[in-house]
Design a protein around this ligand. Structure first.
Ligand SMILES: [Fe+2]
Ligand SMILES: [Fe+2]
Length: 475
């Protein structure tokens, strides 16, 4: 059938119709994407009507439209934040030059790698979460899961658009490979370790969206500073979607804490075994899940000292969080930054050239943001008159990348022996038994307004709808 307006088939604000070659390339990629969604997207969900928001414009007020959608019909599209007039390169050796509208030849392979690595995380998380719909604690939560999933799918579109539009044949091949790798697959895994872990239950899902989607926020914010303007504009719009994912994680855990505190007060007990017997998740188990997801996600920032991170910055490819709001020379040639170090079995700190410490700096920005969320969680037991407080483990705890890789560090930041680690780690990280218990709570609640016993209802519904709204229709 001729005359199909492709700009309607793929919603976009990049005037796709004016570039026939690009349009055709994306047209060929689209069915492969839909196949991937059918195979690896949310399990048994294809016919459900889900109350989803769809990006319909980049106008801050106008982009969110809510309606029932069958997920395979979701209008995945290409949305870039509006171009900033006369935008300049804001850091590195090219500082002050006009921002790049094309990829400079010398940075082509590095930029492609950065975009592929970011792009790979998007479908990976959908794959990790694909079975969760079968054990949803409510329709409200089921809808939020699906919202996160379709938006991660859209983030893949965002990255594939860049690959197709700016990286020619190599970019198209990368676009195909993004649909071929599989989270957790031993032959063809996703690129980053945290995205090959399982997300086997809703506690893990909420921790993932609280911590790992927040890594996404910081990575995207650093790329939003890029001198490569299309990448910057793409990431800026992605960040507006990401905010909802963080909300899902933070409020999800908050509601679990709330419910546990209610049962603790009702039955006047803090005994984990008794609380488990009453079907709620005891606070020390939540702390262990926090320790696990925090440490695994922390690895995503890479080594504390990194010459790659230095080049990305110097070349103008990846900036710092809030680069343009930082009051320094944006070159970092003579400044230093404090990173951890290990000397005589003690964790100390040392100063290194700030340029080489940019991974650590971004990790520190993320940690400060995570800590704010933890502080908000801690108000829940505080209000309930319960002395328990959540605490982030030391940044060296349970790390697999960087300085701490071969060391055992306890949550307080003490270097300990392998024997001590073996003896104590079951108190710090979820054990098989903990996971089996959490798993045992995962039933499926699909009656509007009803919630699983282990989680409190939210304070309000989505898009001002009531909490007992039929967020997902099964028919
Ligand atoms: Fe994403
Ligand atoms: Fe996300």
């Amino acid at each position: 059938m001729s005359g199909i307006n492709y700009s309607e088939r793929i919603p976009n604000n990049v005037d796709l119709a004016s570039n026939k070659a690009l349009q055709r390339a994306l047209e060929r990629w689209q069915p492969a994407y839909l196949n991937w969604w059918g195979e690896m997207g949310p399990d048994k969900s294809q016919t459900l009507d889900v109350y989803l928001r769809t990006a319909v414009s980049v106008d801050p007020k106008g982009w969110a439209h809510y309606d029932y959608v069958k997920m395979p019909d979701y209008r995945w599209g290409i949305f870039l934040a509006p171009a900033e007039k006369d935008r300049k390169v804001n850091f590195g050796t090219h500082r002050g030059d006009p921002a790049w509208q094309e990829v400079p030849g010398e940075y082509r392979s590095t930029l492609r790698r950065i975009i592929v690595t970011q792009g790979d995380t998007e479908p990976a998380s959908v794959e990790q979460q694909r079975h969760l719909g079968q054990t949803c604690p409510s329709l409200y939560d089921l809808r939020n899961l699906f919202q996160v999933n379709v938006e991660e799918g859209r983030h893949l579109w965002a990255m594939v658009y860049l690959l197709h539009a700016y990286f020619g044949r190599d970019g198209r091949e990368e676009g195909e490979a993004l649909l071929e790798r599989r989270s957790g697959d031993s032959d063809n895994p996703r690129i980053l370790t945290a995205f090959n872990e399982k997300t086997p239950d809703w506690l893990s899902f909420f921790m993932f969206t609280f911590l790992t989607d927040r890594d996404g926020k910081y990575q995207l914010a650093a790329l939003a500073e890029s001198a490569f303007d299309p990448l910057s504009r793409t990431c800026r719009f992605m960040l507006t979607e990401e905010a909802h994912h963080l909300f899902v994680g933070e409020t999800g855990i908050g509601r679990i804490i709330q419910r546990t505190c209610e049962v603790m007060n009702e039955h006047k007990t803090d005994d984990p075994a008794k609380l488990r017997g009453m079907g709620v998740i005891d606070l020390p188990t939540l702390q262990k899940y926090l320790n696990f997801h925090y440490s695994v996600t922390s690895d995503l920032y890479g080594s504390e000292v990194s010459s790659n991170a230095a080049s990305f910055f110097t070349e103008g490819l990846k900036g710092r969080f809030d680069e343009t709001k930082i009051g320094d020379d944006h070159q970092l040639e003579s400044t230093e930054y404090e990173v951890p170090d290990v000397a005589a079995d003690k964790i100390v700190s040392k100063h290194v050239p700030a340029l080489t410490a940019l991974n650590e700096r971004l990790r520190d920005d993320w940690i400060a943001d995570v800590q704010k969320g933890i502080d908000r969680w801690n108000r829940i037991p505080e209000k309930a008159g319960i002395p328990f407080r959540f605490k982030l483990p030391h940044k060296g705890f349970h790390r697999r990348i960087g300085l701490f890789t071969d060391l055992h560090i306890d949550p307080e930041g003490k270097v300990i022996s392998e024997a001590d680690w073996t003896h104590h780690h079951a108190g710090w990280l979820p054990t098989e038994e903990d996971r089996a218990f959490v798993h045992s709570l995962m039933g499926r609640v699909t009656e509007p307004g009803k919630f699983a016993n282990w989680i409190a209802p939210p304070h309000q519904g989505i898009n001002k709808q009531p909490i007992d709204f039929e967020y997902v229709r099964f028919s």
